[in-house]
Design a protein around this ligand. Sequence first.
Ligand SMILES: *Cc1c(COP(=O)(O)O)cnc(C)c1O
Length: 494
Amino acid sequence: MTLVYQSTRDAQNTVTASQAILQGLAADGGLFTPIAFPELELDFESLKDASYQEVAKLVLAAFLDDFTEEELDYCIDNAYDGKFDTAVIAPLIKLNDQYNLELFHGSTIAFKDMALSILPYLLTTSAKKQGVDNKIVILTATSGDTGKAAMAGFADVPGTEIIVFYPKDGVSKIQELQMTTQIGANTHVVAIDGNFDDAQTHVKQMFNDKELGAKLLANHAQFSSANSMNIGRLIPQVVYYVYAYAQLLKTGAIQNGDHINFAVPTGNFGNILAAYYARQIGLPVGRLVCASNENNVLTDFFKSGIYDKKREFHVTTSPSMDILVSSNLERLIFHLLGNNSAKTKELMEALLEKGEYRLENADAAILELFAADFATEKETAAEIKRIYDSTHYIEDPHTAVASAVYHNYKLATDDKNPGVIVSTASPYKFPRVTVAAVTEEDSQDDFTAIADLQKISGTAVPKAVAGLKTAPVLHKNVVAAADMQKAVEAYLGL
Ligand SMILES: *Cc1c(COP(=O)(O)O)cnc(C)c1O
């Protein structure tokens, strides 16, 4: 039996896993979503001794059930390798009475690497399975982090080419260096004279340009997207929840069958949705704590059932959570409504047209699984300090949001389940903010802050930032926004 992935907005639009990965977003604007969950036996007595790759194989085989064993091995072995600076891939650290699941040991020291290191292989394998032998060309406009993580994932993956555009004056010095020093013959980075919206607009135009599409096809190439709504990014995130449970069992922190909670710093709702999927395949999950920063639209949603994006946008120290429309929430809404695509479509259109929707007749059992709250900027900085003062461990601001929210959750409830804080970035990605939180002093610049952070935390500077100051700049192309397409055609020899 093959698992059915259905668009959240059209019951007639159903595909297999590999078709869903190749298409990315459904043509009707919906998201491909499993309408039933695979049944598999999570035998933790044996899983506790399994490697990350072995757990990945079990989970991916269940969800991506039209892939062969060889295909999955190829994808997993190429994704979770020496790019990660630890063989365990996702270490679980005990800090006082909480556990931090570190998802920042990949190329760009943030959790996007967990999925973006395997997506290129899932995408090219899916293409082959569908009889498509075109080169897959990824075009991305980035305001900093996603472009770099995507490039690191696609670098030197056979059958792919990636072109990233960023606003010349719209990213930090460190972010720019991370991109312009990217190695890989199939990677291309272009600064544009313009802002992020200009870059985004032109990328969208190129995606929709039929003439350009035909030119690509004539050259055996086609565009694709590494977008976070792709099921090929969501499913690999289920793996580390199962892995974390196995590690807790292994260390004796829990007994087999005990329930555990996860606190997840949330933006687009992809990471926490993966935790929900882990529960649906049998992981003993107690509560999923959805943590937001001052952009607390999800907190209000879980408390009131009303999703209202009409509010002030806050720029915070946890920028990857500065989001007012959490795209992946659409999948949870679909499940909450009993996989009702007509109703989901209605709500999503209301969000677009009126800026809000109200949940009625939602599955209360699913809703009760979630708790939600937010941390202010002040509370986030205080949490970094609180954890540092008692453990000498430094959390990044995103992780600290979840950590603070979970700390309050425990004070407010008598929930005794062990809690895992999903730790989504290394503090070295946000050196100034983290150092300032601990020392209450501002650093001169990012590089000084990195040195200070090393001193204070006693941890090694990760490769992703250590070599940046001296790494050769390989990408120097700057073009006008209007000339982006010319740059693409030149790279692809069209
Ligand atoms: C993307 C990101 C998040 C938010 O994850 P979602 O899946 O979008 O909810 C949190 N922290 C960091 C560091 C991120 O990069």
